[in-house]
Design a protein around this ligand. Structure first.
Ligand code: ZN
Length: 576
């Protein structure tokens, strides 16, 4: 049986590799939750990403859509309790004092008078619960599977958990598997007898100030590596289970918000990300930070369907800031990723707890219909990069904000960038020579954080490239494919496929008072057709959202846009 299982797993892996690109098309319209037939139709929906448990009537309403059933590792406490009412405590996470831990964003939730405790995805009883949920979801007819809070226990590392017996035993096994030299470096004398919980307790006790936290213990980074690996391994297991039940490769997504460091740890188990992504709504302006998440997903060759954070939606609801959301939708699609239809969104503030936002269809649906009507301008196109950011995952884990802000600065300077992600002990990924070789400028973030093999590869293949380590230097050293002259901020995002380039132009001149963008005229572009892969003889058309398509002239690479509201696409096609 075991041998058959291995063969099936290998087969599924092959299928996974070939079908992953199809998990989402760039022109898909993704609903987060279930809706009615009419709403799906108004938006032109093609996918339901967090569909819950499918029922015959919900599948009927979603006929023709790819329906992902969803299972939550943190949000389903009530259901878990009802499944194991007498022994549910066996599956709870434990802090260093052995106490259970409440889910910080569900503190307003209770079930039968019991708070929503964080459950441990290393505990057999909770794993059994999750396996049963995956099984029932797939048997109910889901096309795909979505896992919310996919990191399970590892998602609570920032809370200083989990020190349950299973986690402590798992870490011991991890230490035993390490090379002797590494064990020595960690200062562990006897891995087979190592009890991290006791070590941390003694270490805290030994400090007279009483200020020590488990996360400051010298072995916490290694503990983190193990927790992430254990989480990824369980995700692989759940994916294999879904595949086995459905007898096919089941596309699997997760709420892996890539602006949260650590969420790439199980990327190999996933076909797509459908995830909460901070948009900083309260700043009352369009943010560049989501582009970082979009490029990170691209770096691991997975599509990314975003939604905003609970805090963002609470702000939008409170202030009726629909215009901000329109900008978020346009940015995602212009970046080659997707933004889930904001039909019904979870809102959260510490004061109000969970509440809900219902987005106005007449405001949002036209953007999605625009995408569907011009699907050929989205599907099959790739990012045209002016510069590549070589990003060691280790550096991102250490200084996430710094890495995000650096990339946001490139986006704000209208430099189109790719991320070349270099792996570490948590993310299994290596730099590739062909990726390095096709870039003219490389911005290397913290070379010391690269693994030796990646450092050597980078040195060998970047000799005739411009290599910089500072973002301002990068901006001055880069010659973009598209330069812009505009009286107010815009964002330029070029994408291309054979014989065709599309240059997305976004109006970033958002006026918070009117919750809309100010119309821009006289936006001029200077286009390097060679860099876009377009012949000098080409046709140029302007496809604006909310306006009529028109042909434009290109003279010596110069194009003048007629006017720009929220978003338009300049389409260049080589004449044959
Ligand atoms: Zn645990």
């Amino acid at each position: 049986m075991r041998r058959t299982g291995c063969f099936c797993a290998a087969l599924f892996l092959l299928v996974a590799a070939s079908s992953r690109a199809a998990a989402l098309e760039r022109s898909d319209v993704v609903f987060m939750y279930q809706a009615d037939v009419r709403t799906y139709s108004e938006y032109g929906a093609t996918v339901v990403a967090w569909g819950g448990t499918p029922r015959p009537e919900t599948l009927e309403a979603a006929k023709g859509l790819r329906f992902f059933g969803s299972v939550g590792m943190v949000t389903e406490f009530s259901r878990y309790y009802d499944r194991f009412p007498t022994n549910y405590t066996e599956g709870l996470c434990r802090d260093i004092d052995g106490q259970p831990v409440k889910v910080p964003w569900l503190t307003d939730h209770q079930h039968r008078g019991i708070p929503y405790w964080w459950c441990c995805s290393q505990q057999p009883i909770f794993r059994q619960y999750l396996r049963e949920r995956v099984e029932e979801t797939m048997k109910a007819g889901a096309h795909g599977l979505h896992i919310d809070d996919h990191l399970g226990t590892a998602g609570g590392l920032w809370l200083g958990i989990c020190f349950c017996d299973r986690c402590v035993e798992g870490f011991k096994a991890h230490l035993k598997s390490l090379p002797p030299q590494r064990i020595k470096e960690l200062g562990v004398e006897e891995p087979a007898a190592f009890n991290f919980r006791e070590q941390v307790r003694q270490w805290i006790k030994a400090d007279k100030t009483g200020n020590r936290k488990p996360q400051q213990h010298p072995l916490w980074p290694e503990w983190t590596v193990w927790q992430y690996r254990a989480a990824a391994s369980f995700m692989e297991e759940l994916h294999a289970l879904a595949n086995q039940i459905a007898q096919r490769h089941v596309p699997m997504g997760a709420n892996a918000g890539l602006l949260w460091a650590g969420h790439l740890s199980d990327y190999k188990a996933l076909d797509l990300f459908s995830a909460e992504t901070d948009h900083h709504a309260s700043a009352r302006r369009f943010s560049d930070l989501p582009v970082f998440a979009y490029r990170l997903a691209e770096a691991v060759d997975r599509p990314y369907a975003a939604t905003a954070s609970g805090g963002d939606w609470a702000f939008v609801k409170e202030n009726n800031s629909h215009g901000l959301v329109q900008g978020w939708i346009a940015l995602a699609y212009a970046s080659g990723q997707l933004f889930m239809a904001p039909h019904r969104q979870w809102c959260y503030t510490p004061e109000k707890g969970t509440h809900w936002y219902t987005g106005p269809t007449d405001v949002y649906a036209p953007l999605y219909r625009f995408v569907r009507e011009h699907a050929d301008l989205f599907d099959g196109h790739e990012t045209v990069s002016d510069i590549a950011v070589v990003l060691p995952h280790r550096a991102y884990m250490r200084t996430p904000n710094q890495c995000q802000e650096l990339c946001a600065k490139l986006a704000a300077a209208n430099l189109s960038f790719r991320i070349l992600l270099a792996g570490d002990d948590i993310v299994d990924l290596r730099l590739r020579a062909e990726d390095i070789s096709r870039e003219k400028v490389l911005l290397v973030v913290d070379r010391s954080a690269l693994l030796d093999t990646d450092r050597k590869l980078l040195e060998a293949h970047s000799k005739d490239r411009v290599v910089v380590t500072d973002v301002d230097h990068a901006i001055s050293a880069t010659q973009p494919a598209v330069r812009v002259q505009s009286p107010a901020p815009v964002r330029i995002l070029p994408r291309a496929r054979a014989g065709e380039a599309v240059v997305h132009v976004l109006n970033y001149d958002y006026d918070a008072a009117s919750d809309t963008v100010r119309e821009l005229s006289s936006v001029r572009l200077k286009i390097d057709q060679v860099k876009l892969g377009i012949s000098p003889q080409c046709t140029v058309s302007w496809v604006p959202f909310g306006g009529r398509e028109q042909q434009l002239k290109i003279e010596d690479g110069h194009v003048v846009l007629p006017k720009l509201n929220l978003w338009g696409i300049l389409v260049l096609k080589s004449r044959i």
